[in-house]
Ligand binder design. Structure first.
Ligand code: ATP
Length: 351
């Protein structure tokens, strides 16, 4: 039981192809995040699932039933969009109650459901207010409450946190996680923010140019990215990558040389996450010499930007109050187990 995008394509009337045969299947009760850069087709995928766009190819299945031609109101999906519009003339209470009134629910039932949902989202105090009297985060929570109050089986959220400041985003993130746990419904969440994806998703679907490039648990997407694109997209700062040559277990790119066992000979892109680079003594056998460019504090860590010839990279290390002066030599080690190798032409993961 679950949701299936079965070869979904979408070509808009102006000829723009937004999705190319998207295949994606997930289970009821999951928290799926559609992640990708701007224009990768996330919103289109979400709108096709909602029934707001008709695909030009493929089918949408919900619990085994083909809903491709079913209008949105028969799909049992709640929606929250980036530019959610609350009814400005209605109170918060009436905004949340609206989907229940449309469904002709009894008054006492409506009251119970609205108050339950408001409690869950901690907006019970604001029920009498008008939307104009709310902060951005409170208004956002009202939009979420309105989308979920009628207990849809599936809740679709398209960048619902993007209008909020950083602190509120964090707070709402936690609330959404809690809400998902308590309601046990299927959540489909669109974002281009990889941190949001990492923290919220049971599984992340990474899209690029209208195609699915990886679908896995967040930690797998981070630890075993399927391609160079995913490797550089997941993680801040991004994974360091070097274009070079591999020969007999040794990788070389300009002045950099390091052991990279188990990777086939030939041109390759080698990657390592900033937090996995080790700072070592100049005498270490496998030390690679770099020069410090700048350092940035991101407590409790420090980011050290280093160079070697034309190559540059970032090292992330716990801040132990050591200073890294511009021009100072820094010896680094790339533990073989931390290396990722990608095809130099296609970017696909090699090992
Ligand atoms: P963003 O993060 O910027 O919202 P996205 O990943 O959600 O991007 P979509 O909005 O799905 O991407 O758009 C995918 C592609 O389809 C883009 O090239 C976009 O310009 C195009 N597109 C979206 N809607 C239409 C439309 N109505 N007509 C023509 N092209 C469209």
């Amino acid at each position: 039981m679950g949701i299936v995008f079965d070869g979904i394509s979408k070509v808009f009337p102006d000829g723009t192809a937004a999705l190319h045969g998207l295949d994606l299947a997930f289970d009821t009760g999951e928290f799926i995040v559609l992640l990708g850069p701007s224009g990768s087709g996330k919103t289109t995928a979400c709108r096709v699932l909602a029934g707001l766009e008709h695909p030009t190819g493929g089918r949408i299945l919900v619990d085994g039933k083909d809903v491709t031609d079913l209008p949105p109101r028969f799909r049992g999906m709640g929606m929250v969009f980036q530019n959610y519009a609350l009814y400005s003339h209605k109170s918060v209470y009436e905004n949340i109650a609206y989907p229940l009134r449309v469904r002709k629910m009894a008054g006492t039932e409506i009251d119970r459901s609205v108050r339950n949902m408001a409690d869950l989202l901690q907006i019970g105090r604001y029920l009498a207010r008008k939307p104009s009297q709310l902060s951005g985060g409170q208004a956002q929570r009202v939009a979420v409450a309105r989308a979920l109050v009628w207990q849809p089986d599936i809740c679709l959220m398209d960048e619902p946190l993007s209008n909020l400041d950083a602190l509120l985003r964090l707070h709402m993130r936690t609330e959404l996680k809690r809400l998902h746990r308590e309601l046990k419904k299927t959540f489909v969440f669109v974002t281009h923010d990889q941190e949001e994806a990492m923290t919220l998703a049971t599984r992340v679907a990474v899209l690029r140019d209208g195609r699915l490039v990886q679908f896995d648990e967040p930690k797998t997407v981070y630890r075993r990215p399927a391609s160079r694109f995913v490797a550089e997209f997941m993680g801040r700062p991004a994974m360091n990558t070097f274009e070079g040559m591999l020969y007999a277990g040794m990788f070389r790119a300009g002045d950099i040389a390091c052991a990279a066992p188990g990777i086939p000979d030939g041109p390759v892109v080698l990657g390592i996450r900033p937090e996995q680079v080790e700072i070592v003594d100049s005498s270490a056998a496998d030390a690679v010499r770099f020069e410090v460019d700048v350092m940035e504090l991101v407590e409790p860590d420090v980011l050290v930007f280093v160079r070697s010839g034309t190559s540059s990279m970032i090292v992330r290390t716990p801040n132990d109050d050591r200073t890294f002066a511009h021009g100072e030599p820094l010896f680094l080690r790339f533990p073989p187990a931390a290396l990722h190798a990608f095809d130099a032409v296609t970017g696909a993961r090699l090992t």
